[in-house]
Design a protein around this ligand. Sequence first.
Ligand SMILES: [Fe+2]
Ligand SMILES: [Fe+2]
Length: 475
Amino acid sequence: MTGINYSERIPNNVDLSGDRALQRALEQWQPNFLGWWREMGPDGSQDFDVYLRTAVSVEPQGWAHFDYVKMPDYRWGIFLNPREEGRRIHFGEHLGEEAWQDVPGEHRANLRRIIVTQGDTEPASVEQQRHLGLTAPSLYDLRNLFQVNVEEGRHLWAMVYLLHRYFGRDGREEAEALLERRSGDVDNPRILGAFNERTPDWLSFFMFTYFTDRDGKFQLSALAESGFDPLARTTKFMLTEEAHHMFVGESGVSRVLQRTCEVMNQLGTDDPARIRAAGAIDLPTVQRYLNFHYSVTIDLFGADQSSNAATFYSSGLKGRFEEGKRTDDHRLAGDTYRVLEIRDGRLAEKEVPMLNALNEVLRDDFIRDSVGGVQRWNRVMDKAGIPFRLSVPHKAFNRQIGTLANLHVTPEGEAVSEAQWEARRHEWLASPEDRAFVASLMGRVAEPGRFAGWIAPPAVGINRQPVDFEYVRFN
Ligand SMILES: [Fe+2]
Ligand SMILES: [Fe+2]
């Protein structure tokens, strides 16, 4: 059953009408979701016709249908990858047992926590991005922002379906609470730190979709290995949507760099003041934004040593990235892993049991993956003949979680005193002046084919449409 039923109020491929009680409960949650979307979704966007893709099947080829949609009419629904017959748990203490189609009683609390934590990030990012539509640098970018937003809304549906279907009353209460927390709210914030940070401008948005949506990719990949089969199937489909979000980030930063390099070559300068005066974002500022988003995002993987991470793995709830491709015993009982600590004022490695270090393992997988895109960004400067290179800061830089929290470590990985760190922090992290400058460039460009002066047009449009296609129609 891979076709999606769009004739029901909630589009789905899980035979929702076959379970009346569940259908009713989700149909009661639906207006609350729409109320949340109107209140916290993209600001002032309700009447726009947006060229969006909608899932029409879960087949890898051609699942998407593109057309103009008013965003509140987007068909958010429940789409799971098809069930694999005979699927078995392939890691942890239950290795070799049949995958669970229901929640095992002893793992119920942990599974609920995992699903709620993932679910909470989805509406959070929509809230963080809600004002960006007012300052989109083009219709193409505005459309991409809205595409990311509606899909994050759908990811919330994916987690809420699991809560309603498998966790009874507790699950329904958690589903309500997901609509009540608010990003950055002092009294009722979102669960994870990075999802309470502001995304105030489009450079932040591109960094966020490059780094923080990539955290999403790694978390979802680990959950796609889960012994709880419905969680594995739903996260597999979410991953197909996530790829576009990271594309928006990678290509967005790339286009910013391209424009900056053009301005630098036209003026024959690398003086940030002159580049800024010409309306482009100087490369050191891009580096400082990168440092911020990278360090805040790697905190999302959690403490470097965590008994919860060990439990989630051993009990078969959350695997490693690409668990199936690894050649060890998939139990890891006697294995070790190296994590960082401060010893005699310096960063040093120490070996710890791998099961306890699985957050660090996932973080290191993320780091390897994100460095690849930074190298692709550097090709833009290389092609333009500009010697500046971006890099990711040291893993211990600006951390708030785990052993490395609140140490003072430079982007190069040198431990320094608090005073030294404070004196130099604005060389490394975007200062209020940097942010004010970037903010000063933001202003909506709404004519098809036109782009703000701080960003280059993309090489190609969406769904093979031209770059000057009318991706959003204002009414
Ligand atoms: Fe998501
Ligand atoms: Fe995403």
